[in-house]
Every structure is written in structure tokens, then in C-alpha cells.
Design a protein around this ligand. Structure first.
Ligand code: ADP
Ligand code: MG
Length: 740
């Protein structure tokens, strides 16, 4: 066996001899296993801990501050800081950090210890309100997209009291994490969280105004709710370590598809492999301790692909918790000798991974009649259902008007491989409502009911008794990028590795705009209509007509849909660079600045950061591919071809015709082609790297470099199927996906 394949075969031996790790729930003092509810949230400074640790009046003032979104006063902050320090010290914590989300897609933290020296030089643990509220990390190396000039490279992190502080555990190290926003000296948002908070605020104001107009005067605040279904792959670390592409870019840049591959759908919802189940259990114990309410776990479509989903939470907290979840996954996976892949398409020809954003609106403060009501849940009375229809129409209107912006929100080099790749929603934003609602809207749209008294029409059309009908009729359309699922929308096109902050920020903004326009329409109609119901009905009817183009009930994977959508004039932005330009369109700028969510500068910086990230990621991939082909694929092919050639010449030497001659000729041909394509790739890489302007560079990457990567890959994958197995150094798809 050639030396270079030894590591691959030993890794396979390692994988097949692994046993599941034993995992047990946390124990109480007597050594008995605890129930989930016993240890849920022990590592968060949540409501329960605050009640225990804070004086009553401070606790009340603190909760009021959170609910009102007002600034925290220093007196309260000082008491909270003291209490959280005491709580943290009891839990063996030594350091604290402001935990924030720079626009790198992940999170950042800088740790400080509680240690101070008092005036006599004696060590003491101290933590003040101002340390809790604000910190100044060295911000110059985080992306700012031009927002910070170097002479004022300062950025501040500021505590977001609406997301609970928590203790992160890594080995025996415990750190108090303080969820924070990250802003520049002038208050510009340098992070992902600030947009979520601002958009929640403005959406709440707009929604309350609409609710008041239709008579729900008690509504005081509306929050968005979010439940994030997370898909991921697990790969054994022994095999992972032998794949430079997985290590560098999270996806396989090479690899012949297994003959069965995608057909192996018996994996879906099948029994979970024992090693994976052990991993999942430990992840869940960790998440429960952190107050992350993960709920379901199951196999996904592809082998070694899985999904988990939490109980939904307020959007800001849900986004934070998803980051925490991904961090915990990475950490625990290694303990179980796995590496977790959140990439949208780690394996070509195999199902990709998404992060479905289940999103809704809930009245979070108000009178008993309205508080806690999910506004996308049809109710029991015509009033409730007309309200539901108005919110539904607002969402339709917002998504219809700002489909391009929502497409931009989900754009990334990873998601480009998934969207439109035949098992994921296409890069076209459309909305699915389900048969029953779709029919109802079509009925309302028809003028047939013109003569009916509007309240009668409401009943005749089934608006009066939606809930019972809806429950039985929430049919599923798994192909839609944005589907109504009974009492929420599911934005499915978001990629598995993405932070959901920008997608929900833009979605909130789009819907806030829809709500505002509908409010204005309704104010007008109310002046001339006989009743409120009639006015609502007329508005609904108009919006149905206006937004009809965005509704699609059919199969989004079908080629006809792409044609049809283009005919309808829906944006079809296939690549990330194209899609990202939607962020800086006049329409988007007007929306975002108009709502006060982002300034012009914040908008363009977001655009630039994303373009640069796209460029960086693809260039890393291309460099990695080049190295792998040069140092692994071609050498294996040369070695094997030498062996064949030796066979041919020894056959010749005894006057026989060598059967190796034919495969050898074919092999030479593919090697030749791979070399040619590789040269083209190298030239293109040089050219792209020479382009200074990032937008120009992105265009060239999408138009030239990426297709060349595909053609290099095609030859390499052919070689994988030609070169004798024991000459091939890279773990193969079947080994990575089917042995654990
Ligand atoms: P599915 O049938 O698609 O699995 P589920 O009812 O299990 O649907 O919900 C999937 C996700 O949607 C879960 O994370 C769940 O918490 C979330 N979800 C349910 N209701 C809401 C809501 N009102 N707002 C936001 N997310 C919700
Ligand atoms: Mg789903």
C-alpha cells in the first residue's frame, strides 16, 4: 500500500472501533440524577436567580427597564453587578466578558478577571455597574465596512439587559458572559444585535398603532418570536482531520458522490446512531443548564445529517441562544470525537443544511384581552380573524415589497451552493399560504361578494371560523422559502451557518413597512366606510390583489417555477454578489433609514462587509483546492499511473499485450485535463487577487473563479473513481457519511 494512504485506512479503523461515550444528567448533592426542570437555567442569571439575589425594589426596577427598553440607571446597575458577581463566584467563575456579535458571523469575547487590588494591595473580587454596562474591547480588528477610520478605531460593547447573562463552561474554566451590543464611538452599529433590537422596537410601535386603530387599545408592546430549527452534519474527527477542505472551509471541495448518496432517505427520522445520541444528550444537558430550551432532535434527510429545534423565544434572545447553541455543539462534538459542520452544503449532491426561521408576532404587554396573543394565530371571533388577516396582509405586503432585501439577508458563499440546488428553496422569494388560506384570499379577491354586507361576507368566506378549519388545513409545502405554517411564518431559505440577526432584522423592517402602509390605507378607508369591518375588508381585498405575485403554492424546486417567477417579475438573484446589491438599493435605504433602524453609513458598511466576507471565503476555498489538487490528488494519480505503466512495460517486455494500457490511457487523459483546468484556476486566482476593488473582485469570483473550481473538481472526482482505492489519500464520501 502506498505510504500516503496509510493515514486514511488507520482513520477508518479508528472510526469503526469507537464506542459511544457515556453521558449522564447532572446529579444532586445525594448523587441522584436530576430532572431537566431541576437544573434548567442553573447557569443563567435569569428571572429566578435575580429574584433570589436582588432586593425586591431593584428587581422590579430592573424588570421594568427591560420591558420598557429604557436606559438602565447606574444605581440599579451597581446592585445587579454586585449580585451577579456573587452568584458567579459561587459558581466558580473567575472572569467576565462582554459577549457580542461582530459582523463575522460568529461571536467575540474578551475576558477580564474580577480581581482587583485594593488600596493596601490586597486582592479582592470586584465588579461595578459601569463595568457591567460598558466595556471597550480592542475593536480595530473587527470588520467595520468603513464605519471606523483608524484614528478613532474605538468601539464599545454595551450590555443588553434583555438577554440573560450566563456562565460558559469549557473544561474547568467558567466565564460570566454578558450579552452586549457593539457600537462605534459615534453610536453606529458595528454588530448584528443592534439591528435586531432597533427593528423589534420599531415593529412594536407600528404594530401597536395598527392594533389601536382597529380597537385593541390595550396593546402596549408587540414582540417578534423566533424558533430556529438548526440542521447540521457530524463527521468523525479522525476523517475530518484528513480533509484540508473541511478544516479550512467547512465543506468538501472535492469528492466523488457515492452511488447511493441521496437515495438513502431511510435515514430521515430513523433511529439515531448511538454515538450521535450520546453527543445530542450531552449537548442538551449543557443547553438546558444555560436556559436554552431545545426541544426536538432527529435525523435529517442525508446520512449523518441531523436537526434540532428549540421552543420559540423572543427574537433577540432566540438569536443569541442560537449562537450559544452552535458554540456548545462545536465544543461537545469534539468530546465525542466528532466535528460539527454547519456549512450549507458540505457535500455536493447530498442534502444541504438550512436554519428555518419560524417567526411570528406576539402582543407582549397589554390588557388581559390581548396580552400573549400570537397575531398570526387566527382566533375565535370575526374581530380576531380580521386582525389576523390584517397582520397576514402586512407580512405579505412587506415581503412582496422587500423580497430583494430578504434575498440579500440570506446571501452567503455557502448558501449559494444550497439555494436552487434542487433540494432547497430557490433563490427566489415567494410565499406559501396553504390551500385553505389561498382559496379564501382568492375568494375575497373576486368581486362576486361585492354585494354582500361585509360582515356576512366575513362569515360566508369562513373568516368567522378560521381556527377549526386552519388546524386541519395547515398543509405543508417543504419547497417554499417562506411558508405560512398555521400560526407563524417559516423563513426557510436562511443558511445553517448564518447568524439569524440580519434576516430577522430585515424581515421585521419589511413587515413594519407593510403594517405602516396598511395602517394608512385603513385610516383612509375608515373615513368612508360604513363600519370598521367593512374598511378592514376593503383593505384586505386591495392588498390581496397587490401582492398576488409573491404567492406560490406549487413546487418551488421545479424549473417551470423559475420561468414563471421571472415572468411575474420576482427578483431572481442567483449569486451572493448580485443579491447583496439589494441592501444598498434606493428602496432598501429608504426603508431602513426611514424606520431608523440603520443609517446610510450602517447600510453601506453591511454591504461592504458581506462582499468582503464572500471574497475571503471563496478565495480560501480556491487556494485550498489548488493545494489539495497539487499535493494530494495529482500525486495519487501519478503514483497509480506509474504502477499501471510499469505493468504495461513489463507485459511488453515478455511480448504480451497489457490490459492496463486502456485504463492508463484514460487516466492520462483525465490527468491532462485536470492539469489544464488547474492552470486556468491558478491564472484566474492570480487575476482575482490582483483586483483591488472588492465589488469588482466579487463579480469576477462569481463569473470566472467559481466555474473553474467546479471544472477542476469534476476532473478530480473522475480521478477518484479511476485511481485504485488504496492510492487515494482523502477520506471518501461514503466513509465520512456512513461509517459512524
Ligand atoms: P414543525 O412541524 O415544522 O416541526 P413545530 O410546531 O415543531 O413545526 O415548530 C417548529 C419551530 O417553530 C419550533 O422551534 C417552534 O418552537 C417554533 N414555533 C412554534 N410556534 C411559534 C411562534 N408562534 N413563533 C415563533 N416560532 C414558533
Ligand atoms: Mg421547518
Amino acid at each position: 500500500m502506498p505510504n500516503n494512504t496509510q493515514p486514511r485506512f488507520s482513520a477508518i479503523q479508528t472510526v469503526i472501533s469507537r464506542k459511544p461515550k457515556s453521558v449522564e444528567p447532572p446529579k444532586d448533592e445525594k448523587g441522584n440524577s436530576q430532572k431537566i426542570s431541576d437544573f434548567y437555567g442553573v447557569n443563567t442569571f435569569g428571572l429566578k436567580q435575580m429574584k433570589q439575589k436582588l432586593p425586591n425594589d431593584i428587581n422590579k426596577r430592573f424588570i421594568q427597564t427591560i420591558q420598557s427598553g429604557k436606559k438602565l440607571d447606574l444605581e440599579v446597575a451597581n446592585v445587579v453587578a454586585h449580585a451577579v458577581k456573587e452568584w458567579a463566584l459561587e459558581h466558580g467563575v473567575t472572569h467576565y466578558c462582554h459577549w457580542f456579535q461582530p459582523q463575522t458571523g460568529t461571536t467575540a469575547e474578551k475576558h477580564d478577571s474580577f480581581l482587583t487590588l485594593d488600596s493596601s494591595g490586597s486582592p479582592i473580587e470586584r465588579f461595578s455597574g459601569s463595568q457591567l454596562i460598558q466595556s471597550e474591547p480592542d475593536a480595530s480588528s473587527f470588520p467595520s465596512g468603513g464605519m471606523r477610520t483608524t484614528f478613532e478605531a474605538r468601539g464599545y460593547t454595551a450590555w443588553d439587559p434583555t438577554s440573560p447573562m450566563y456562565i460558559s463552561e469549557s473544561g474547568s474554566t467558567r466565564t460570566l458572559c454578558i450579552p452586549s451590543v457593539f457600537i462605534s464611538y459615534h453610536g453606529d452599529a458595528l454588530d448584528e444585535k443592534t439591528g435586531v433590537l432597533r427593528s423589534n422596537q420599531v415593529l412594536s410601535e407600528r404594530a401597536c398603532k395598527l392594533l389601536h386603530l382597529i380597537g385593541d387599545h390595550d396593546a402596549k408592546a408587540v414582540t417578534t418570536t423566533l424558533g430556529l430549527e438548526q440542521e447540521y452534519f457530524l463527521i468523525d474527527r479522525a476523517l475530518y482531520a484528513l480533509r484540508p477542505d473541511l478544516v479550512m472551509s467547512g465543506r468538501s471541495l472535492l469528492g466523488a458522490r457515492p452511488p447511493k448518496g441521496q437515495q438513502l432517505e431511510d435515514h430521515y427520522f430513523g433511529s439515531i446512531p448511538p454515538r450521535v445520541l450520546a453527543f445530542m444528550s450531552e449537548v442538551e444537558f449543557e443547553l438546558f443548564k444555560l436556559g436554552v430550551p431545545t426541544k426536538t432532535r432527529h435525523n435529517e434527510v442525508a446520512p449523518m445529517q441531523f436537526e434540532c429545534a428549540p421552543i420559540f423565544e423572543e427574537t433577540n434572545v432566540a438569536v443569541d441562544h442560537n449562537h450559544v447553541l452552535m458554540e456548545v455543539f462545536r465544543r461537545i462534538a469534539r468530546k465525542h470525537d466528532f466535528e460539527v459542520l454547519f456549512h450549507e452544503k458540505p457535500f455536493a449532491g447530498v442534502n444541504g443544511s438550512g436554519k428555518h426561521n419560524n417567526w411570528s408576532l406576539m402582543v407582549s404587554q397589554g390588557g388581559p384581552e390581548i396580552e400573549g396573543i400570537n397575531l398570526l394565530d387566527p382566533g375565535k371571533t370575526p374581530h380576531q380573524n380580521l386582525r389576523f388577516l390584517l397582520i397576514l396582509m402586512s407580512t405579505l405586503k412587506g415581503v412582496h415589497k422587500h423580497a430583494g432585501l430578504l434575498r440579500a439577508a440570506i446571501a452567503s458563499s455557502g448558501n449559494d451552493h444550497r439555494l436552487g440546488a434542487n433540494e432547497a428553496p430557490p433563490a427566489i422569494i415567494s410565499m406559501f399560504l396553504g390551500n385553505m388560506l389561498d382559496n379564501m384570499l382568492n375568494e375575497i379577491e373576486k368581486d362576486a361578494h361585492k354585494d354582500l354586507h361585509y360582515t356576512d361576507a366575513v362569515i360566508k368566506l369562513g373568516v368567522g371560523n378560521l381556527p377549526t378549519v386552519m388546524k386541519d388545513n395547515t398543509d405543508r409545502n417543504r419547497t417554499s422559502p417562506f411558508a405560512f405554517t398555521g400560526n407563524k411564518f417559516e423563513f426557510r431559505a436562511v443558511g445553517a451557518s448564518a447568524s439569524c440577526a440580519l434576516p430577522v432584522t430585515f424581515l421585521n423592517c419589511a413587515v413594519a413597512d407593510g403594517i405602516e402602509e396598511i395602517t394608512t390605507m385603513l385610516e383612509e378607508k375608515m373615513k368612508t366606510s360604513k363600519s370598521k369591518e367593512e374598511a378592514i375588508f376593503l383593505v384586505v381585498k386591495e392588498v390581496i390583489k397587490e401582492t398576488k405575485n409573491i404567492r406560490f403554492e406549487g413546487n418551488n424546486y421545479a424549473d417551470q417555477w423559475v420561468k414563471e417567477a421571472e415572468k411575474r417579475g420576482l427578483p431572481h438573484l442567483k449569486t451572493t454578489p448580485e443579491a447583496l446589491h439589494q441592501i444598498i438599493s434606493e428602496k432598501s435605504k429608504k426603508l431602513l433609514t426611514g424606520l431608523g433602524v440603520f443609517s446610510e453609513g450602517e447600510i453601506t458598511s453591511r454591504f461592504h462587509i458581506r462582499i468582503e466576507t464572500y471574497n475571503k471565503r471563496v478565495l480560501i476555498e480556491a487556494d485550498c483546492l489548488q493545494t489539495m489538487v497539487e499535493t494530494q490528488v495529482l500525486p495519487a494519480a501519478y503514483e497509480y499511473s506509474t504502477m499501471l505503466a510499469e505493468g504495461v512495460s513489463s507485459a511488453k517486455s515478455i511480448g504480451l499485450q497489457a490490459p492496463q494500457a486502456e485504463p492508463l490511457a484514460k487516466l492520462y487523459q483525465v490527468i491532462g485535463s485536470a492539469q489544464t483546468e488547474l492552470k486556468k484556476l491558478e491564472r484566474s486566482l492570480d487575476q482575482v487577487k490582483g483586483i483591488e476593488n472588492e465589488e469588482e473582485r466579487a463579480k469576477k469570483i462569481a463569473s470566472d473563479l467559481k466555474p473553474l473550481m467546479d471544472s477542476v473538481r469534476a476532473d478530480c472526482d473522475k480521478l477518484e473513481n479511476m485511481v485504485a482505492d488504496n492510492f487515494w489519500p482523502l477520506p471518501k464520501y461514503r466513509e465520512m457519511l456512513m461509517l459512524s
